[in-house]
Ligand binder design. Structure first.
Ligand code: TSJ
Length: 671
């Protein structure tokens, strides 16, 4: 799929090349029809939506400068789309040199220049009206209605075909008054040219999503979206969606953190303007228990996925302000490891929005702000405003919270470093810390080796005795491994069970995971069929899923299936094992003569040789491979696991952990 944002940027860069207005004015709209890609990136579905955003940008500019507070997008039944605002209305008076109305110049000249290029806007989201003529050039027809000075003005433009020649954006008469009104504002309706675009069908969700985003970025402005193709069942009328955020990016941050565990309900908000540079920055920050930071940034309402100088400046200014707060309040004790800026951002969700002139993009996808001057601007503005913020008595609590986050993250980071060094050097001092009770196998063939992660020391003991030590390793787990999804990366390493597993598998985890270093072909979880066992299975799978995902994707993780019953025929000593109640019934029907029945309450009750026969021996055992092929399902599973309801999680695992039922419930015969 195309990347809409990237495409936006490319085409804006392309439009910029035509800043030499003399050339552009001469060329008119024909250049746009000739090479639409130069102006809107592609003629695919993203290019189509680009037309809409060019128009909406103009209304957003009017709103950003305080002249409009409502922007209404309407998808019409005939495939055209309308954008209406309640701003001042586009200039209708005639340009002295071109002898045309401001409206007509804006819609028919690639770069209107002079009075109508919207240069008087203090802050701007878009392209200063350059896009309007591009939209006109790529439309079947376009209509504009301006309400201004109690009058309604109207003009229509059309694509005209004469013989083999096609011209578009041709005015059908001058801009003319068609009535009177008390309203103010501008409305533009256009129908994209189906001979230009691969598709002329607007996407409802794309529009909804972007309007919502714009509403977050333009606080206090109401964005309405009416889709005439979506009819309400209640009243038979088209549905209108409303996006309005009084708090702007404060509401944005709250929305991002809605389903997370917040460390404080407080959202830190600062903003600053440099009118001389036409530069503005807004920042909203809230902390959750999510590891690391999530910084979402925009330049002139365009998302900067790759960050850039504004993000760098923000981090610098933020760190300075926090350090100053810490120093002024004497918070750092001698024993504390001084936290770094990164440490103070653990759990931070932030939205940064800057508005500026002449933005420049770089990076792989051209979504990284490159302007070097912005780093210093944002740094000093954020530092200054946050210093004032933290100096207020009522904000001391949040400052202290950030300090505590910094100290504990810094401590964890130091411990993680120690652990990593220990793994690398593998010296004997730390050996015990890393290997726990792992009994490794003697063979070195990772393609056939197996590791059994066994619940409990006693079952672990039987497994160690019963296994084939050339290719089977055993790792007994003492306690329950911790609930990994609640833990930061570094906290994982403080848990001995997890540490041992990471070390035993050899793959490392998270970003540094490398399956090439996997020492075992099969990782087999052996836990009892009871409540505790279920819990352990769930936690281990959660851990693998969240931190060593490829292990599951590539099918290395298995559940061992120990039997529930043992039936011994008295006369012959023949042992039969049942893995569920139905099997037991069948076996009991078949056995002749006297028999004894044992129900295993746990793996620990099994002798080592029985454990070998029923659970370890590849020739007779039953394994269930854990596969999560459906990504959607997997995501649902993780969010299920993210929740605190252990019951639901267990039920889910029972029902969904892709059991290979055919293999799982075969009766096994022991000897
Ligand atoms: F892009 C566009 F031209 F198609 C378009 C522009 C579409 C829509 C839906 C709205 C607009 C638009 C333009 N809304 N508001 C304005 N405002 C002006 O162009 C404007 C109005 C008054 C003055 C002034 O100095 O009095 C200056 C400007 C730039």
């Amino acid at each position: 799929m195309e990347n809409n944002k990237t495409e936006n940027l490319k085409s804006k860069a392309a439009v910029k090349k035509y800043d030499a207005s003399d050339i552009v004015v001469l060329e008119g709209l024909e250049a746009v029809r000739l090479r639409p890609g130069m102006y809107i990136g592609t003629t695919g579905v993203n290019g189509l939506h680009h037309l809409l955003w060019e128009i909406v940008d103009n209304s957003v500019d009017e709103a950003l400068n305080g002249y409009a507070d409502t922007i209404h997008v309407t998808l019409n039944a005939d495939g055209s789309i309308s954008v209406e605002d309640n701003g001042r209305g586009m200039p209708v008076d005639k340009h002295p040199k071109y002898k045309k109305s401001g409206v007509e110049l804006i819609f028919t000249q690639l770069h209107a220049g002079g009075k109508f290029d919207n240069k008087e806007y203090e802050f701007s989201g878009g392209l200063h009206g350059v896009g309007a003529s591009v939209v006109n050039a790529l439309s079947d027809w376009l209509e504009v209605e301006v309400c201004r000075d109690k009058k309604v003005y109207f003009q229509r433009y059309e694509k005209v075909v004469t013989g083999r020649k096609v011209k578009s954006g041709i005015p059908q008469g001058d801009l003319a008054q068609i009535g009177t009104t008390k309203k103010r504002g501008t409305k533009t309706t256009f129908k994209p040219d189906a001979t230009v675009f691969e598709t002329v069908e607007f996407n409802h969700d794309t529009i909804s999503k972007r309007l919502k985003e714009l509403a977050y970025l333009t606080k206090g402005v109401t964005f309405l979206f009416t889709d005439n193709n979506v009819i309400s069942e209640e009243d038979g009328l088209p549905v209108t969606e409303t996006y309005f955020y009084k708090g702007g990016i404060i509401d944005f941050v709250k929305n991002l953190n809605e389903d997370r565990t917040r460390r404080s309900e407080k959202v830190i908000y600062v903003e600053a303007k440099d009118t001389a540079q036409k530069f503005q920055v807004q920042v909203a920050i809230q902390y959750t228990d999510k590891p690391e930071d999530e910084i979402i940034s925009y330049v002139n309402n365009i998302p900067t996925h790759e960050g850039g100088t504004h993000e760098t400046g923000f981090k610098l200014g933020f760190t300075k302000a926090v350090n100053e707060f810490v120093k002024r309040n004497n918070l750092l004790k001698a024993k504390d490891v001084p936290p770094s800026g990164d440490d103070y951002r653990d759990g931070m969700t932030a939205v940064i929005s800057v508005r500026m002139q002449n933005m420049q993009f770089e990076g792989q996808t051209k979504t990284k702000l490159g302007n070097p001057e912005v780093k210093g601007w944002v740094d000093s503005m954020v530092y200054e405003q946050l210093s004032l913020y933290f100096a207020e008595k009522k904000n001391k609590d949040i400052g202290t919270m950030i300090f505590k986050i910094g100290v504990s993250t810094s401590k964890m980071r130091t411990e993680e470093k120690k652990f990593k060094e220990a793994i690398r050097s593998k010296n004997s001092m730390t050996g015990q810390m890393l290997t726990g009770k792992l009994s490794s196998c003697s063979g070195r063939n990772a393609a056939i080796n197996e590791i059994f992660i066994v619940e409990g020391d006693s079952a672990g003991g039987s497994a160690k005795k019963g296994r084939n030590r050339t290719f089977q390793a055993v790792l007994p787990l003492r306690g329950k491994p911790l609930n990994t999804e609640k833990c930061t990366r570094t906290a994982l390493l403080q848990n001995e069970e997890i540490r041992t597993i990471i070390y035993a598998l050899g793959t490392d985890f998270d970003n540094s995971f490398n399956i090439k270093n996997l020492k075992y072909d099969k990782i087999i979880i052996l836990a009892d069929a009871d409540h505790d066992g279920e819990h352990i299975r769930c936690l281990l799978l959660t851990f693998f899923y969240m931190h060593m995902r490829p292990l599951i994707d590539e099918g290395h993780v298995y559940l061992g299936m120990p039997p529930l019953y043992k039936v011994e025929q008295k006369k012959t000593g023949l042992l039969r094992y049942a893995y569920n109640d139905a099997e037991l019934e069948n076996i009991l029907k078949e056995v002749k003569g006297q028999y004894s029945l044992q129900r295993y309450k746990g793996l620990g009750e099994m002798n080592f040789d029985q454990l070998w026969d029923t659970t370890l021996n590849p020739k007779t055992r039953t394994l269930t491979r854990v596969t999560i092929d459906d990504v959607k399902n997997a995501n649902a599973m993780v969010s299920l696991w993210m929740g605190s309801d252990a019951e639901i999680r267990q039920t889910y695992i029972n029902e969904n952990a892709n059991f290979n039922k055919e293999d799982s419930f075969k009766t096994k015969f022991g000897g």
